[in-house]
Design a protein around this ligand. Sequence first.
Ligand SMILES: [Zn+2]
Length: 269
Amino acid sequence: MPELPEVETTRRMLEPRLLGKIVRDVVHSDDSRYRNTVAMLGKQILKLERRGKYLILRLDDGLDVIVHLKMTGGFRLPTETHFLEVPRFERLRLVLHDSEVSYVDSRRFGFWEVLPTNQWAHIKALSEMGPEPLEAGFLLKPFQVAMAKVSKVKPALLSQKPVAGVGNIYADESLWLAKIHPEAKQLSAVAAKRLHSAIIEVMGKAVAAGGSTLSDNSYQQPDGATGYFQFEHQAYDRAGMPCSRCGAPIEKYFLAGRGTHFCPDCQKR
Ligand SMILES: [Zn+2]
């Protein structure tokens, strides 16, 4: 699933192609998954924002378009002014006054919803989301308070409530960097501080690297390039390989249904 670094990379690449453009058409055949897109017609795209793993297009006339890429959603840009062919797994095409942008999603879990500005209360994942890790609002103290109460740290991070945008890959990487076991409970203030710093460091580096493209190749940048952060993974997808800190083999097991990677020597319970 695209996490913060992949969604932010997508946002940065789409932004110059979308800002100021007028929506001429939104072509798709699934009104239940891409809801109320008719309201976008004739509107101008004023901003392209990201919140956690969500993209938010701000349109004029007080409308927001919420896009969640879920497992395999992504965007593809034309190389010139028009597509020469339809990208594989295209589900929706955004027709602008001078160009087109394609939305692809092989597994079709992603969704779009057009709403009045900031009327997100019914999307609990958005309305209850914690602070952005790469913004000044990610304060240490409230994070320490939240971490002091956790029963298992990794599932708590994945809930998006202590901090936004951390999914399975970046939870494993941040916990490895902070030397904290995925099932650690009631973190000390010192451990929570290490984790806070680790999340900021991992997310910053992953955004700079354009995110992570895994072996399934489902995530690509909108221009078709891969991300590069997979080459910097220290724990995720490295089961059996030596920990770069201590040499012990990285272990993998399932925690709350998610493949979880950690160093048994550096990340003791
Ligand atoms: Zn280690």
